[in-house]
Ligand binder design. Structure first.
Ligand code: ATP
Ligand code: MG
Length: 438
């Protein structure tokens, strides 16, 4: 097929019929965030490349291999956002949000871009929902952000998912840890992959995140960071766990978790599912107390998480969670003839202004083909509008599920449709209640 008819590798179209699931999930995400006081922020899809270099870290996979970077026509180096945190923090510094009142609680949803090897749950354009809680140093902030992630997952219908948490300490206590890691990995240097040989020099903690099975196996026996935490970091981590328990959130401490981005300090966490294959991390996050200072803002302890929406969708599919298909059509108006078509335009305008989902013929079809179409779009009701109807001033409102018809004056169609939809909704509710055995 010619390229003109082919989507770029690693990108997906969210088609009509599917998009309603996305809308529902995104709405639930934003509504849940609202319960915790998080408000949406919208930042550009692209930033100066420097924004990501400074924040994500130049020894990470994201910066080393995955960024979509190009020069624009003005000669600026631009990068499509591989994640949101960097852009959100850039904005919070630039627009003065970090000057208070703190904490600033923001959330976002949108596309991210990474040049990766496409596979199930790994795309080149994918979507994240996430939050940033800027200016909160206390350990209950960590627990609250984790609780929010958990509630979002539960609210959209995730049934089984496990939370793993870890503390990777602060730059102070990490010095000894990194030295211990370096010593350990140096003793196994020959077995490490080439990338990790380089990581050994530049950032040995990154080796813990390597996806090559051999490095993974070597990393499994490496010194663990929790043995190296300073007093303050240890106290913080214990308090986070206390608050999680108080909120009724189950977790396991997994000292192997370091997360793929360089900016994390202290708490890091992941929500992992056993149901979606190799790309099992649905949500990852943590604290980044040093990031804002590193990006030129006044030091402001902060934290956040990001959730991959495609992976979440895979999980819901694996669980067979039923999500609504499209909102559908309340009424299909089937006009026959020029005069009826004009009347249909009038009625459609009237009904839509009242909030009904109404469709009519836009293809010049005959009645039979129109009814077939009404069936395909699962119209709840249909009305045929022909010469007779125009002459009598009445129409038949047909319930497509039961086949029942009721006569009503054309002028009273909005009220008749409203009554019919309400009755049908009530019947459906009664059925559900009866089926549930009440
Ligand atoms: P992984 O280890 O799977 O590469 P990551 O550590 O690079 O993930 P983050 O940068 O923490 O991921 O992004 C947060 C979440 O975004 C991930 O947990 C995942 O759900 C999702 N995500 C990341 N990269 C992709 C991708 N290429 N395609 C789809 N979802 C992704
Ligand atoms: Mg990755």
């Amino acid at each position: 097929m010619a390229e003109i008819n082919r989507a770029v590798k690693g990108t997906n179209d969210i088609l009509p019929g599917e998009s309603s699931k996305w809308q529902l999930i995104e709405r639930k995400m934003l509504e849940t965030a609202e319960l915790y006081g998080f408000e949406e922020i919208r930042v550009p899809v692209f930033e100066h490349t420097e924004v990501f270099l400074r924040s994500v870290g130049d020894t990470t996979d994201v910066v080393q291999k995955e960024m979509y970077t190009f020069d624009d026509k003005g000669g600026r180096s631009i990068t499509l956002r591989p994640e949101f945190t960097a852009g959100v923090i850039r904005s919070a510094i630039e627009k003065g949000l970090i000057n208070g009142p703190l904490p600033v609680k923001t959330c976002y949803v949108g596309g991210c871009y990474r040049y990766e090897k496409p596979q199930a749950g790994r795309l080149r354009e994918f979507h994240q929902f996430g939050v940033e809680c800027i200016g909160a140093a206390a350990p209950n902030a960590d627990a609250e952000v984790i609780a929010l992630a958990k509630q979002v997952l539960t609210t959209v219908g995730v049934e089984k998912i496990s939370l793993r948490i870890n503390s990777i300490g602060c730059p102070e206590c990490r010095k000894d840890y990194v030295a211990a890691l370096k010593a350990y990995f140096s003793s196994r240097r020959d077995d490490l992959c080439d990338t990790c040989k380089d990581r050994l020099e530049r950032n040995p903690m990154r080796i813990l995140d390597c996806k090559s099975p051999v490095c993974h196996e070597i990393a499994a026996h490496a010194p663990v960071v929790t043995d190296y935490l300073c007093r303050d970091c240890r106290d913080h981590f214990e308090a986070v766990q206390r608050h999680l328990r108080a909120a009724g959130i189950d977790f396991t401490v997994d000292p192997q978790i370091v997360r793929g981005l360089d900016y994390y300090t202290r708490t890091v966490f992941e929500f992992v599912s056993g149901d979606i294959g190799a790309q099992s991390t649905v949500c990852g996050g943590g604290r980044y107390d040093g990031l804002i200072g590193q990006m030129g803002g006044k030091p402001t302890p902060s934290l956040g998480f990001a959730m991959g929406i495609e992976r979440l969708m895979l999980l819901l599919e694996a669980q067979k969670t039923e999500l609504p298909l499209s909102a559908g059509c309340d009424l299909y108006l089937a006009p026959m003839g020029e005069q009826a078509l004009t009347k249909a335009s009038e009625l459609c305008a009237l009904l839509r202004a009242e909030g009904f989902r109404v469709q009519t013929d836009l293809c010049g079809r005959g009645l039979k083909a129109q009814m077939k179409f009404a069936d395909k779009i699962a119209a709840k009701y249909t009305v045929v509008l022909g010469d007779n109807e125009l002459l009598n001033g009445t129409v038949n409102l047909k319930n497509m599920k039961t086949g029942e018809e009721s006569v009503c004056p054309i002028d009273e169609l909005p009220q008749a449709l409203l009554n019919a939809l309400q009755t049908a909704a009530l019947d459906a509710l009664t059925d559900t209640v009866e089926q549930a055995g009440f």
